[in-house]
Design a protein around this ligand. Structure first.
Ligand SMILES: CC(C)(COP(=O)(O)OP(=O)(O)OC[C@H]1O[C@@H](n2cnc3c(N)ncnc32)[C@H](O)[C@@H]1OP(=O)(O)O)[C@@H](O)C(=O)NCCC(=O)NCCS
Length: 417
């Protein structure tokens, strides 16, 4: 039997998409028109497939993505997606082989980190990835939330307006660029992303399109500072009492006022007694906007974006740090050989840093996966030291690392990719 891993040829693309649909339990086949819609997303040089006697049985691809870092810097990351192995060919090392090829190619291209959204927790740690952002989803029991039922809109000079899908397509990309620059962990949205979220392009495997409701928040100066979209996912009445659930699809704000106003607006929709937030940063303001935060039940709390450092000096020099001038020597262990070594991280009063190889004695030893957990500011080095995952060679070194790496607000990767 011939089994080969290679980039698909143009003529393999429909079968590659079929294998992806099978691997993700979407559909056993490819609907008419789907190949033409998905084809522009594929860079065949960065796409791999495993072919068994010519038939595609595994898929993998990556693309460059601009990632926002703590301090507001931007880094081109290699974003891995569409990883699937058909059930008939599982656990024969196909995913591992495609990953090894892709990571080596990303390193060669000079991409300092790879990122992905893990379908299941145990898959990617073995390749040097670690969870770099987490998400929380809440369900709000609105009658219990102790909100002022006379709420009549923002009192900060701003306003909330219902928007059409066409208005969203026009105004939101510029808004999102402002949002992502203030949100470490976030990546860019493509024009196709906006087309899909507003129904202009519907992939057959996405299922039937239902138009959501959209609203903008405009600040006192009239500028669009926020966007929310939601659907009514359940609605029935019994004994003249409504059971209505609003499901938030997205809520983004370029200012805290926009976030507050849009949440407050959604929490005050008449009839709605349950609101689901979608996946938010774990420290989203939502629960504390309620008079009674216990009315926010955690539905989901989980790891979301995983990251793999490929070039430690480039990655660590690109982000900003807290805590003023400091120096720390990190001994990074990476059995795959991409990012390991001993590095001196020197930060200045502005939060800028230089990271260079050093022969000096280390302050901390950590795995490349644990470096990923720290990279966007989410995890606490003190906590990892308590777990025995980070070794301190100098007293208080983990505490120093905590001051440097951890950010006041947690990073958030807003989108699945
Ligand atoms: C996850 C998936 C891609 C793994 O592919 P695969 O070719 O079976 O993986 P490999 O054979 O290369 O596995 C490498 C190692 O990872 C382990 N592994 C793979 N998938 C795992 C999972 N879901 N849970 C736990 N361990 C897993 C394997 O057991 C193996 O471990 P070993 O080296 O100790 O033997 C495949 O099962 C799949 O397509 N699943 C459904 C779709 C999916 O979840 N895709 C990932 C999207 S992010």
């Amino acid at each position: 039997m011939s089994l080969e891993i290679r980039s698909p040829a143009e003529s393999d693309v429909p079968d590659w998409i079929r294998a992806l649909n099978v691997g993700f339990h979407r559909s056993p086949s490819v609907a008419e028109g789907e190949t033409a819609m998905r084809r522009p997303m594929l860079d065949l040089e960065r796409t791999q497939g495993a072919f068994d006697e010519g038939r595609c049985v595994a898929t993998f691809r990556s693309l460059p993505q601009e990632l926002t870092l703590p301090g507001g810097g931007l880094l081109t990351a290699s974003a891995i997606t569409n990883v699937s192995v058909t059930a008939t060919h599982r656990r024969r090392g196909l995913a591992g082989r495609m990953m090894a090829t892709d990571l080596a190619a990303a390193k060669e291209r000079g991409e300092a980190v790879s990122i992905l959204v893990a379908a299941e927790y145990p898959i990617y740690g073995r390749y040097g990835f670690g969870p770099a952002t987490w998400v929380t989803g809440w369900e709000i029991d609105i009658p219990r939330a102790a909100l002022d039922r006379r709420y009549a809109g923002p009192d900060d000079g701003g306003r909330v307006d219902i928007a059409t899908a066409a208005e969203v397509r026009k105004a939101s990309p510029a808004l999102f660029d402002r949002v992502r620059l203030r949100t470490p962990g976030t990546i860019k949205r493509s024009p196709l992303w906006w087309e899909r979220t507003t129904g202009q392009t519907v992939f057959p495997s996405d299922g039937p399109w239902t138009e959501p409701f959209f609203a903008f928040y405009r600040g006192a100066d009239g500028r669009i500072d926020g966007l929310a979209s939601w659907e009514i996912s359940e609605s029935h009445w019994q004994d003249k009492l409504p059971t209505v659930e609003a499901k938030v699809q997205q809520l983004i704000g370029a200012t805290p006022a926009a976030e507050r106003a849009l949440w407050r607006f959604l929490l005050s929709l008449d009839w709605v007694n349950r609101l689901t937030s979608g996946l938010r940063a774990p420290d989203d303001v939502l629960p504390l906007l309620l008079g009674d935060p216990r009315a926010a039940h955690t539905e989901t709390h989980a790891d979301f974006m995983w990251l793999r450092v490929l070039d430690t000096p480039v990655a660590l020099s690109a982000r900003g740090y807290g805590g003023g001038p400091a120096a720390l020597v990190l001994d990074v262990q990476d059995p795959a050989g991409f990012a390991g070594g001993r590095f001196l991280l020197e930060t200045d009063a502005t939060g800028a840093a230089r990271c260079t190889p050093t022969p000096a004695a280390p302050d901390l030893t950590l795995s490349v996966s644990d470096l990923a957990c720290l990279y966007l500011g989410d995890e606490s080095p003190v906590r990892l030291a308590a777990l025995g995952r980070i070794t301190e060679h100098r007293a208080e070194a983990a505490r120093t690392a905590d001051t440097l790496f951890r950010t006041p607000r947690r990073p958030w990767c807003i989108d699945v990719f």
